[in-house]
Design a protein around this ligand. Structure first.
Ligand code: HAS
Ligand code: CU
Length: 579
């Protein structure tokens, strides 16, 4: 059975809707296929830290730990997330507004990213490009890697014009109306990503593509790293904001309640748009060329970017409580246990939130310059991002897939119980894994290190103190393997199950009291549920042009002083291939 309320069987879908569903399904299947390969490799890395070197058995498919790690990072962090986001953040707004998106652009977005993926896979599997997901020069991969990455980045920017077009067509028919919530959240996400993408675009097109093609001999690594993090920090919100779209825009309906505040949701997204960009260099606290003053400013800015997530914790927490009490939950935590935990889509997302409390706390440690000195480049960092993108985002996307698959295909979810098992295993495996990674990071165990390649006696001497946490890492990795197998049995099996007699609808949520809520309720026909008293905060935040201009100005104010000294101290490095 599937996760949301079913609607009576409708007449055959109009062509436009049917083709939107097909394209959305293609995005979903492509994204989750990337995760399937990426996630299959992950536990090998966990076993590596536990002292077990599986790589000699994997030749000729994988030659080294670094090759496996590159494939894992690129497929999971870029390909999986980009396909899910570029699909969902067009499909949901189009259905919310009841308008057809520009299908040509949406297919072009898919085509560019798919072509890029193929180039990346080729470059990574032929062992020419084990440059890890950050592809820092002077590590030098093959041109196919950088060209593939360029296509993926360009493709991922295309949902922005699609959304701006949808929004302006909708608003043209309703002068003065506020943008419906899911469309608002999606558009701010894509505006943020458009400004963020500039860094990687410049790095790839002006530095790495020509360098790898042999048109230039050298590259300036610090400029490349700084450009990378201009994109590489906001990318974490490009992973998170689509999950927030589901938490704010859909989940309240799935749990039988309402979103307690629509304006707070808008404020969160507006703040994420403005704050995400200027803080990228907090990934470079340990890099040369940043003055202490800048490191201090970056710390302060980073603490600001945590603010919208704290707002989210309270707004979503209250929305959960509201639904839980409606369902009869009593006492301090009774509302929490009263949530519909048997619904795998809900369980996935609420467990994702619980995990994110720890992910966010770790982020605040990372963002504090002095504390970062302790954990930078240790296993703490991958510990942090496996409970942010690897659980808060990834498990939310899994939860979304549990209702979206039946909605798109008209077929039943293969097994609710197995789906539930997969999310609890993911939650448990990731919790144990992340505990071990954070803990061993405190012992100084380096990230991205093929430690299991060391002779046993050396491994024991160097990492013996961290034996317990490293064992937890390995155990967590094995549990995650089970989670992945369970999830993919459900995911792939659901493409083949019997057809449902009724159509699954999109669970668009309403906001508390109907204020500022425009969601449609049957997923197919547009209808504004309510349009009551409008909040002045929501009206102010409607000026997306102004928000974009502020973000661009803040980004320039942060990066001009950072890049200025680099222009006067040029480094010319030749490429390295160390694998
Ligand atoms: Fe991070 C490194 C700082 C969030 C991902 N981060 C990384 C890397 C990745 C990553 C991939 O400042 C490594 C990159 C690499 O390879 O080198 N991060 C932060 C901060 C936040 C943060 C301040 N990170 C994320 C998110 C990610 C992500 C989100 C992916 C999706 N991170 C850093 C820094 C580094 C870094 C440094 C560089 C470190 C170094 O040395 O290299 C903040 O945005 C976090 C704010 C979040 C919160 C939590 C709010 C909680 C919520 C859940 C509510 C729960 C409910 C349930 C409602 C404040 C919203 C209620 C129920 C009950 C019963 C209570
Ligand atoms: Cu960051």
């Amino acid at each position: 059975m599937s996760a949301t309320t079913a609607q009576p069987a409708a007449l055959p879908l109009p062509d436009s809707l049917a083709s939107q569903r097909r394209v959305m399904l293609a995005y979903l299947v492509w994204g989750f296929s990337a995760l399937m390969i990426g996630a299959a490799i992950g536990p090998l890395q966990a076993l590596n830290y536990g002292g077990f070197n599986a790589y000699p058995w994997l030749r000729p498919v994988l030659q080294t730990y670094y090759q496996g790690l590159t494939i894992h990072g690129v497929l999971n962090a870029y390909i999986f997330t980009f396909f899910i986001t570029c699909g969902l953040l067009v499909y949901l707004p189009a259905r919310e507004l009841g308008l057809a998106p520009n299908m040509l652009l949406w297919r072009l977005c898919f085509g560019l990213m798919a072509a890029g993926t193929v180039l990346l896979l080729y470059a990574m599997f032929d062992n020419s490009s084990s440059v890890l997901w950050t592809f820092y020069p002077p590590l030098k991969g093959s041109p196919w890697f950088y060209l593939g990455m360029t296509l993926v980045v360009i493709g991922s920017l295309l949902p922005l014009p699609i959304l701006l077009d949808l929004r302006s067509r909708w608003k043209a028919l309703r002068p003065g109306a506020l943008t419906p919530l899911v469309t608002y959240m999606s558009t701010t996400t894509m505006l943020m990503w458009f400004l963020a993408g500039g860094g990687a675009f410049i790095e790839l097109v002006f530095q790495l593509d020509p360098w790898s093609l042999g048109l230039t001999d050298t590259v300036d690594p610090i400029v490349a790293r700084t450009l990378f993090w201009w994109t590489g920090h906001p990318i974490v919100y490009f992973w998170l904001m689509p999950a927030y779209v589901s938490w704010y825009g859909l989940l309240p309906k799935q749990i039988g309640g309402k979103l307690v505040s629509d304006p707070m949701a808008r404020l969160t997204f507006a703040l994420l748009l403005v704050f995400s960009l200027p803080v990228g260099s907090h990934h470079q606290f340990q890099d040369p060329g940043f003055s202490p003053i800048w490191r201090g400013i970056l710390t302060a800015l980073t603490l600001s970017v945590a603010l919208p997530s704290l707002i989210t914790a309270f707004t979503i927490g209250l929305s959960l409580e509201f639904a839980g009490r409606l369902r009869g939950g009593r006492g301090l935590f009774g509302w929490f246990t009263a949530l519909p935990w048997r619904n795998p889509s809900v369980a996935a997302q609420v467990l994702a939130m619980l995990t994110f409390i720890f992910g966010g706390a770790g982020g605040i440690v990372n963002g504090s310059w002095q504390l970062d000195n302790l954990i930078h480049n240790t296993t703490w960092i991958p510990g942090h991002f496996h409970i942010t993108v690897g659980t808060a985002s990834a498990m939310t996307f899994m939860g979304v897939a549990f209702w979206l698959m039946p909605h798109l295909t008209g077929r039943q979810l293969l097994s609710r119980r197995l789906a539930l098992a997969s999310v609890w295993l993911w939650f448990g495996g990731m919790s144990v894994f992340a505990l071990g990674m954070h803990w061993s990071g405190l012992y100084g165990v380096p990230r991205r290190a093929w430690v299991s390649f060391l002779p046993q006696s050396v491994y024991d001497r160097v990492y013996g103190d961290a034996h317990l946490p490293l064992t937890l890492v390995a155990i967590g990795g094995v549990v995650l393997w089970l989670a992945t197998i369970a999830f993919y049995i459900v995911f792939l099996g659901s493409l083949l199950t019997r057809r449902l007699p009724k159509t699954e609808s999109i669970p668009f949520a309403q906001a508390f009291g109907g204020r500022e809520s425009y969601s449609i309720d049957d997923g197919e026909t547009a209808g504004i549920v309510s349009h009551h008293a409008r909040s002045s905060l929501a009206s102010v935040l409607e000026h997306l042009g102004v928000l974009t201009a502020i973000t661009a100005a803040a980004t320039a104010a942060a990066y001009i002083p950072i890049f200025w000294p680099f222009l006067h101290n040029v480094t010319q490095a030749t490429g390295w291939k160390v694998w």
